[in-house]
Design a binder for this molecule. Structure first.
Ligand code: NAD
Length: 289
C-alpha cells in the first residue's frame, strides 16, 4: 500500500555529486513502504563547498539520516559529533545517523561486504585473503575484515603516487587490529601467486573490468585461480566481470558487488530505523534495474 506523505513524514537522503543515478532512493523507499515507516528518501547533488551547510541541515530540518557518496565520504568525518570504530579506522563515512541533533558517522560498506560473503557461504574469519586495489572500497573492506578477525590480508595495488599513503593507512589498520596486512606492487606476479595460494578469498576492489572495458581482468594470469578460492568482485556493472567468468570456469564460488551494495544499504536502514531491510524484495528490485 502506498504511504501518504504527511506533516510527520521524515526525510532521509543521499548527498553526493553526482547523486541522480543512484539506486539508493529505490532501495530505501521500498523498504520504508514495506516496513510501514513514515519516511521518504531523496537524492541531492551536493557540491563539496556546500557539504558543511548540507550536513548542518540534517540537524536543523531533523532528517532521519543520510548516506554519503563520492566525493564526500572523507570530508564529512570532521563534521561528525562522533564516528563508529570502523568509520574511524577507515577514515571515511557513508552513513550519518541523526540522534536528536548529534550526528554519528558510520561506514557500512565493509559491513555490507562481510554480509555479502555470508550469502555465498564463505567464511574468512581467522583466514587469509588477497585484495586487489587499495582505494575507498578496498579500505572499507580491509578495515571491516581486520576488525572482524581475518588473520592476514595481502593487498596488491599499482605503484602510483598514492602508494606511500596507502602503505601508511594499511600500517595504521594493522596496528589497531590483530590483522597482519601486507602491501605489494600489483606488477609483482610471483608475490601475487604466493599470496593467492595462501588465500581462501580473492577480492577485486578496483574498477578494472567495468563497462565498457569488460573484457579486462585485474588478474592477468587466470591460472592463479582454483576451485577452492572464492572470488568477490565489487563491480556490479557488468554483473559478471571477466574475473568472475574466469573464476566460475574453474568451479569457484563467486559474487558480484550487487550484494555489497544491498547489504551496505540494509545496514544503514537498520541504523536509521532499528528495523531490518526487506532484503529479498530489495534484491529483486535492484536486479531488475
Ligand atoms: P578509488 O578511486 O578510491 O580506488 C580505485 C582503486 O583501483 C585504487 O586502488 C587504484 O589504484 C585501483 N586502480 C584503478 N585503475 C587501475 C588499473 N588500471 N589497474 C590497477 N589498479 C587500478 O575507487 P573506489 O571508490 O574504491 O571504487 C572502486 C570500485 O569499487 C569501483 O568500480 C566502484 O564502483 C566499486 N564500488 C562498489 C561498491 C559496492 O557496494 N559494490 C561500493 C564502493 C565502490
Amino acid at each position: 500500500m502506498k504511504q501518504m506523505i504527511t506533516g510527520h513524514t521524515r526525510l532521509a537522503a543521499l548527498f553526493a555529486k553526482p547523486a541522480k543515478h543512484s539506486i539508493s532512493p529505490a532501495m530505501h523507499n521500498l523498504s520504508f513502504e514495506e516496513q510501514g515507516i513514515d519516511a521518504v528518501y531523496l537524492a541531492f547533488d551536493v557540491e563539496p563547498d556546500d557539504l558543511a551547510a548540507s550536513i548542518q541541515s540534517i540537524r536543523q530540518l531533523d532528517l532521519l539520516g543520510v548516506n554519503l557518496s563520492m566525493p564526500h565520504k572523507m570530508a564529512a568525518v570532521a563534521l561528525m559529533d562522533e564516528c563508529s570504530p570502523a568509520a574511524e579506522l577507515i577514515g571515511a563515512i557513508n552513513t550519518i545517523v541523526n540522534q536528536e541533533g548529534r550526528l554519528i558517522g558510520h561506514n557500512t560498506d565493509g559491513i555490507g561486504f562481510m554480509r555479502a560473503l555470508e550469502d555465498i557461504q564463505v567464511s574468512i574469519i581467522g583466514d587469509t585473503m588477497t585484495v586487489i586495489g587499495a582505494g575507498g572500497a578496498a579500505t572499507a573492506i580491509i578495515s571491516q575484515a581486520a576488525l572482524d578477525g581475518v588473520k592476514t590480508i595481502h593487498v596488491f595495488n599499482r605503484k602510483d603516487e598514492f602508494y606511500p599513503i596507502i602503505q601508511e593507512k594499511l600500517t595504521q589498520i594493522a596496528q589497531k587490529t590483530a590483522c597482519e596486512i601486507t602491501l605489494t606492487d600489483l606488477e609483482d606476479q610471483m608475490a601475487l601467486k604466493t599470496a593467492i595460494d595462501q588465500s581462501s578469498l580473492l577480492v577485486n576492489a578496483t574498477g578494472v573490468g567495468m563497462k565498457p572495458n569488460d573484457t579486462v581482468s585485474p588478474l592477468k594470469d587466470k591460472t592463479l585461480l582454483r576451485e577452492s578460492l572464492a572470488v568477490y568482485d565489487v563491480i556490479y556493472n557488468p554483473r559478471e566481470t571477466q574475473l568472475l567468468k574466469d573464476a566460475k570456469a574453474v568451479g569457484a564460488k563467486t559474487a558480484n558487488g550487487l550484494s555489497m551494495l544491498l547489504y551496505q544499504g540494509a545496514a544503514a536502514f537498520e541504523l536509521w530505523t532499528g528495523k531490518a531491510m526487506p532484503v529479498e524484495k530489495v534484491k529483486a528490485l535492484i536486479e531488475s534495474m
